[in-house]
Structures are given as C-alpha cells and as structure tokens.
Design a protein around this ligand. Sequence first.
Ligand code: TXA
Ligand code: MG
Length: 315
Amino acid sequence: MTRCLKATHQHIAQAAEALRAGGLVAFPTETVYGLGADAGSDASVARIFKAKGRPRFNPLIVLVENADYASKLSEVDDLSHCLIESFWPGPLTLVLPRRADAALSLLLSAGHDTIAMRAPAHEVAQDLLHAFGGPLAAPSANRSAKFSPTSAAHVADSLGPEVPLILDGGPCPRGLESTIVRTGGGNVTLLRPGALPRADIEAVLGQRLFQPEESDAPPAPGQRGGHYSPRHPVRLNAHHVAADEALLAFGSALEGANVALLNLSPAGDLTEAAAHLFAYLRALDQTPCTRIAVMPIPLHGLGEAINDRLTRAAG
Ligand code: TXA
Ligand code: MG
C-alpha cells in the first residue's frame, strides 16, 4: 500500500522516522522527485535498486543538506569547491572521489571509487534531510528506463506499491534532472546536461566544459545508451503532423494535430518547456496515437538538456 501525504512538517517528521527505520520515501526536489533511503545502510540502499528495477552496476546519487558534507564524504579539489560555492544548494551534481572513511553504503557507489552528490534547493527536500540528519541515497523516483517523475502522481503511477510513502510537495519547479559534472586535471567534464545550463557553469569557471569523449573521465553509467522507453515511438524535429500522431509543440503549434496536442511553451520559453517536458510526454503517451511528434526545440540554454532527454526517448 502506498501512502501519499501532503508535505507538512508533521509528515516530514514521519517520513524521516520511516527512513531511520530503513524504509523508502519519495519526495520532491527542485529537479524531479527522488526515491530516498538511508545512504549509510546497505539494506536500505538495496531496497532502492529493487524498487526501481535498477541494474546494480548503476550507482545512485547522494543528497546532502549542505556543503559541509562534501568534504566529509569526498575529496574536494579547487574547481569542485568553486562550483559548490556557486551553485549549492541547487541542481548541480558533482562526481567526487569517495573518502575511505565516508559512512556510506558501498552498494550505492556500485563499485566506483567516486560518489555523485548534490544539495537540493527544494524546501521539502531540505527539511527532510535536516529531520533525517544525514545523507540520503536518492535517484529519481521512477522505474528504471522510464521518465523521471515531476509530481507525486507520477511516482505512484511509476512505482506503485514499491514505494510505501510519498511526500506530495506539488509539481517540481525545474522539471529536469540535475546537471552532472566531474572535475579532474584542471578540467570540468559535463557527464549529463540538466537543469543547470552549461553556460551558467562556464561563466563561473571562465572555461569550457569538456564532453566525456574528449576527457578521460568515464561517463555517468546511467547515461550510456538509451534511457527512456515510452510506449509509443517518438519522432523529433517534426515540421508536420500525421493524422494518427499526437503533437508535443513548442512555440506556435503546427496545424493538424487530431489525436492530441500539448504545448511545452506557446511563448517559446525554455524554462517553461523544461518544467512541462516529462508530464506532457507521459500524458501524450497515454493517448490513442501511434506516435508522438515533437516540434524542434532550440539547443541553447536548457534546450541542451531538453533535447538530450527527447533524443533518449526517441532512441
Ligand atoms: O536531479 C537529480 O539528479 C535527481 C534528483 C532526485 O536528485 N536524481 C537523479 O538520479 O536523476 P538518477 O539516479 O536517476 O541519475 C543519476 C545519474 C545516473 O545516470 C548515474 O549513472 C549517475 O548519476 N551517477 C551516479 N553516481 C555516479 C558516479 N559515482 N559516477 C558517475 N556517474 C554517477
Ligand atoms: Mg533517473
């Protein structure tokens, strides 16, 4: 049985208690809903892999309350320090060398000598981390290879009885997963484009982000190959709509969408489009269409991450 509770202080305290008892709790962050467990407990972390149907080789993100945890759990070089100062709390995840004495489950690192960590900015996530009093393992709260959830209802649809408790904090304001980077050798490599645009990071660093191919850093394991598998095929860069297609529009919508039409942003605003992306893809995937046609979306700013997710959905 899944209990979905409004994220009040009282329910957040109950959720923290459930986490201390080894249980799983889904909760909102500014990016997407996370599926949380005590990051220090192998048994709790194992429950996440099982609930998501996630392959054991794919490591989990660790969420922390503040920047103090970064140096407690990992080795922080100057570049990472600068990024943490600039962007935490917020939608930037750093892959950092794991400290030998870090009180974290080995299972969550899936055999890597690094951990991926961020401090979320969402009030409910912050309150839950504070009430729990330690780091939480928290990947996105969806079945492996499905769209990330941006509402409590998405979590319930995707994980069902696998998640006993969902804290409902409304829709996630950003709607896209965090940006993941890794520093090393004086460079910063972009492992996953996400809710923090590349240009914001490059402006702070005064240097270009590397792509995984041009650096020797291994990519984020979960980024290899396709990732999202909707029921219906997805067709990108559509300049017309077929009679049996649903349309995901951006800007002024194409004529002729007979089955269904959702517009990510009629005004052509990428921030608004990001916030709607996963919810609209889910909704169109439920319609009686044969395919989802997606209008072109510019590549700049948040468009890089939006196009990355769409390409994974189409792939
Ligand atoms: O916005 C987000 O980051 C959300 C919210 C809940 O925080 N979480 C999220 O987690 O998207 P997940 O597990 O769905 O995606 C994490 C990605 C995966 O592709 C995983 O392979 C990668 O991070 N990752 C985790 N640990 C890593 C590590 N040590 N080195 C490289 N990549 C890592
Ligand atoms: Mg995920």
